[in-house]
Design a protein around this ligand. Sequence first.
Ligand SMILES: [Zn+2]
Length: 390
Amino acid sequence: MRAVKVVQQYYTAEPEILCMLEQFRQMLNDCVRIGLSENVTSLKSLSKKAYHQLATYQVMSYYKLCAISKASGILRNYRKAVRKNPKTKEPYARRRQLITCYGFKIRTTDKMLLLPFKPKQPLSVMLNAHVIRILSEPNIQVRSVTLTDERVSICYAKEVEPIQPRGLIAIDRNLDNLTLADSDGRIMREDLTRATLVKARYREIRSHMRRNDQRIHQQVSGKYGRKQSEKVKQILHHASKQIVMDAKRREFGLVMEKLTDIRKLYRKGNWQGRGYRGRMNSWSYYELQRQIEYKAHWEGIPVTYVNPNGTSVKCSICGSRMKPEENRTLRCRSCGFTVDRDVNAARNILARALRFGAVASAAEAMVQEPQRTGNLESRCRRVNKIGEST
Ligand SMILES: [Zn+2]
C-alpha cells in the first residue's frame, strides 16, 4: 500500500519562475478549454487532442504533459460536479501555479530544488532544513512538486505494510470535541473548544467590517479567513496526531462515520437561527477526517467508515430511541440507561463497526444494516460488554 504526504514551505519566486507559472496556468486553461469543446476527459484522448496545440508555448515538454494530466483531473472533477449540480461553472484557473512530476531534482548537498528550464540551465529554489530533513528520511520517494507564487509543496510517498489491528477505536466527531470509544472499553475525549472559540472570534471580527466596498470586503475577509483556518488547522493537527499515535501504539484500527451533505442541514429556511447556522457551518468535520486518514495511512493503520444513521439517537445498550435530557445527556426509554450523548454515539459507531467484522472496507461498511432478527441477543450481549466495562 502506498501512503502519500506533502511538505510545504514559503519561498520568494524569481521572475523566470513566475513567468513559468503563468505559462503553465495558460496551458492548463487551454487544455481545459480543448477538453470541454472536444468533450474528452481521459488522459490519453486529451493528450492526443491537446499536445500539438500547445506547440506555441516555449516550455519544455515535461510541463506540457503535466498540464494535460492536471487538466484531465480538473475535467474529471468538473464532470462529477455537473452530474450533481448542472449549474456548475466551467473550470478556469486564475491563480498562477505549476505542477510537475518529471525532470526535477532535489540536491541535498546545497538544499536546492532544481527545475528544468532550458537545456543544462535549471532554475533553482532554495529549500529549508525542515523540508530537506523530511525528504532525506529512508524509504521515501519524491513524487511531484507544486509551485505557486509564494509556496512550494513537495509530495512524497512510501510503501507501508498495513497492520493487522487488534481492536478498534471509534471516533465521534462533534463541534466542540472528539469522543473516542475503543474495543477495550476505554472512553477518551479530545477537546476542540479552542477551535470553536477561534472561529467565533474571527466571525465577530468580520461582522464589524463597515466599509461598503465589495473588493475591500473580499480582501479583508479573505485575510482573516486564512488566519482563522491556519489557527484551526493547528489545533486539529494536534488532536489528529494524538489519536493516530495512540492507535499506532496499541495497534488499533480507526472507525468514523461517513458524514456527507452536512452543510445541507444548516441552510437558510431550515428554521434555525443565524448564529447557530454560522456555528454549525464552520464545523471542520472534513478537515479532521482528512488529517486522521492520511496520518493513519502513513502508519499503516486501517481507517473504516460506517453509516451514520441514528448513531446519535439510538441507545448503545438496547437500540431503542433515546430521549434528550439536560447537559447533553440522553436517557433510554426502555432500559433507563442515562449517558452522555457523545459517548453514546461513539459506542454506537464502535458497535456498528464490530458487527461488520474488525476490518471492513469503506464500501462494505456502507451497506445497509442487517435486519434485527435471529441473533439479536448475542449482538446485544456484545454491545453490553462494551457498555459495562466502562
Ligand atoms: Zn436502552
